[in-house]
Design a protein around this ligand. Structure first.
Ligand SMILES: Cc1cc2nc3c(=O)[nH]c(=O)nc-3n(C[C@H](O)[C@H](O)[C@H](O)COP(=O)(O)OP(=O)(O)OC[C@H]3O[C@@H](n4cnc5c(N)ncnc54)[C@H](O)[C@@H]3O)c2cc1C
Length: 446
């Protein structure tokens, strides 16, 4: 008896209990469309070895990593039943969201649906993955619907370490937005900047490593500085940093000297940049060296793997997930794979490019593992573009491979924009950045 009947292409299931009226139809849809999936998944006995059955892979997180795994695996082996669990109906992308904050783009340009993913035969389970029973290989979604998996993939992105920065809690984000998960927070920061009078002080607090998108705080600072320079030129921007060095540092700092002299100041860890506490009631950021009362405060807090990874038992003491660099299987729990920001990926930075690359490797490994074949040793590429101004792009790139159990950068493979490149090259790089965003989002969601 088969464990699952593979759901037909186009199947969506909606799981969260607190459904708005508009979502009740989806719940009925879920009950009908997913009866085969959930009922048989939870109740039917496993087939005897040799019996044909569609293996079931559940992927949690429909972002750059998860949606790519689901789609790639389905393409590689249409016989595998793939369910994608995602809490949001629409995905809002972080790359290029700094442009929204600086008034250069609108948020809808960041938003993508799952129609095309579903159209390829992936079952979309709309809801929050809450609990994982690794022994029974089941996953609880929403208010108690159980999905059984042969292999589980987690790509939940990041969560914030609310205990790490005194004063910064879930309430504080309304006053001092992080905007490090794109959406409402992005718009809040953009509105605060728009409402600020000319002459105001903007402060960005950047965390220690590791965190999502290493060049992200500096791209954000650059684009906010561009906004201030063009709209509110008497204002000032300070980056308070918990580090002494950062990604593409020389390129950023050279560009700041050229484009934003006197407007943008970077304060390193050694110079008292580390924020030790905040007071949202006065918009104050405190360091060992003093206090900064900001008109607009953007606090990017310390981070960890998305909470479901912790619940699955795949995080270690660092709060991130150690993985096998060939299969992306957790080093702590068998049959659970982790990709994207949540992983400890050696030299690979936490980027959408990385998450997408890891996801393809993981999907290829899963297709092999499900056939009891040996996955191939991968090579992975990452390129991170940053905009320092709308027509000023820079990049860093690297190629990585497994070496001694970790992902290591292949010697001599890396590349960085030239320090002395002329303006037309910077402009070209800005267009490459735009091209990259269009390509990756259409590959993952289009
Ligand atoms: C300001 C900013 C700029 C950036 N710019 C770039 C850039 O230019 N280039 C680049 O490559 N990267 C960039 N990044 C980084 C990039 O956004 C992340 O590295 C990437 O999104 C990681 O992919 P992921 O799949 O790990 O997580 P995500 O893309 O965040 O996806 C995680 C998904 O999981 C879902 N989820 C989480 N938990 C659950 C659960 N329990 N149940 C159901 N669903 C769940 C979430 O809703 C989300 O949709 C930027 C990031 C920021 C903040």
């Amino acid at each position: 008896m088969p464990r699952f009947r593979p759901s037909p292409p186009g199947t969506r299931i909606s799981i969260d209990a607190a459904a708005a009226p508009a979502r009740r139809a989806s719940r009925r849809e879920f009950l009908a469309a997913s009866a085969a999936l959930v009922t048989s998944a939870a109740v039917m006995p496993r087939p005897a070895i040799g019996q044909t059955a569609a293996p079931h892979v559940v992927v949690v997180g429909g972002g750059f990593g998860g949606a790519t795994v689901a789609r790639t695996l389905k393409r590689l082996d249409p016989g595998v039943s793939v369910t994608l669990v995602e809490v949001n109906r629409t995905f809002t992308a972080c790359p290029f969201s700094n442009g929204v904050i600086a008034g250069l783009r609108v948020i809808t340009e960041q938003q993508f649906g799952y129609d095309k993913v579903v159209g390829e035969g992936v079952v979309l389970a709309a809801g929050t993955a809450n609990l994982i029973d690794t022994q029974a290989r089941t996953l609880i979604v929403g208010d108690g619907v159980r999905l059984r998996y042969d292999r589980l993939v987690l790509s939940p992105g990041i969560d914030f370490r609310w205990d790490a920065l005194p004063g910064y809690d879930e309430m504080a984000v309304e006053r001092m937005p992080h905007a490090w998960k794109a959406g409402e927070q992005t718009l809040l920061l953009q509105k605060q900047l728009e409402a600020m009078e000319d002459g105001g002080l903007v402060v960005i607090s950047a965390p220690a490593n590791p965190f999502r998108c290493p060049p992200g705080p500096y791209e954000r600072a650059s684009l906010i500085a561009h906004y201030l320079k063009t709209k509110k030129p008497r204002s000032k921007l300070i980056i308070l940093d918990a580090k002494d060095a950062f990604s593409k540092q020389r390129l950023f700092q050279n560009a700041w000297k050229e484009l934003y002299p006197g407007l943008l100041e970077w304060v390193s860890l050694s110079n008292g940049g580390k924020v030790t506490s905040v007071d949202p009631s006065t918009n104050t950021l405190v360091t060992d060296f003093g206090k900064h009362e900001a008109k607009v405060a953007n606090v990017i807090p310390p981070q960890k793997a998305g909470r479901i990874a912790e619940l699955a038992g795949v995080t270690d003491r660092t709060g991130w997930c150690p993985i096998d660099p060939v299969t992306f299987e957790s080093k702590l729990q068998p049959n659970i794979h982790v990709v994207g920001d949540a992983t400890i990926a050696g030299a690979m930075p936490k980027s959408a490019f990385t998450a997408n690359a890891q996801a393809k490797v993981c999907a290829a490994a899963l297709a092999k593992l499900l056939r009891n074949e040996k996955p191939a040793e991968p090579k992975l590429i990452n390129t991170c573009y940053s905009l320092v101004a709308p027509d000023y792009g820079i990049h860093v790139a690297g190629v990585y491979h497994p070496a001694n159990g970790v992902l290591t950068e292949i010697e001599g493979s890396g590349g960085l924009s030239k320090a002395d490149a002329p303006p037309d090259v910077r402009k070209l790089e800005a267009s490459f950045a735009e091209g990259w965003f269009k390509t990756i989002t259409s590959e993952v969601f289009g």
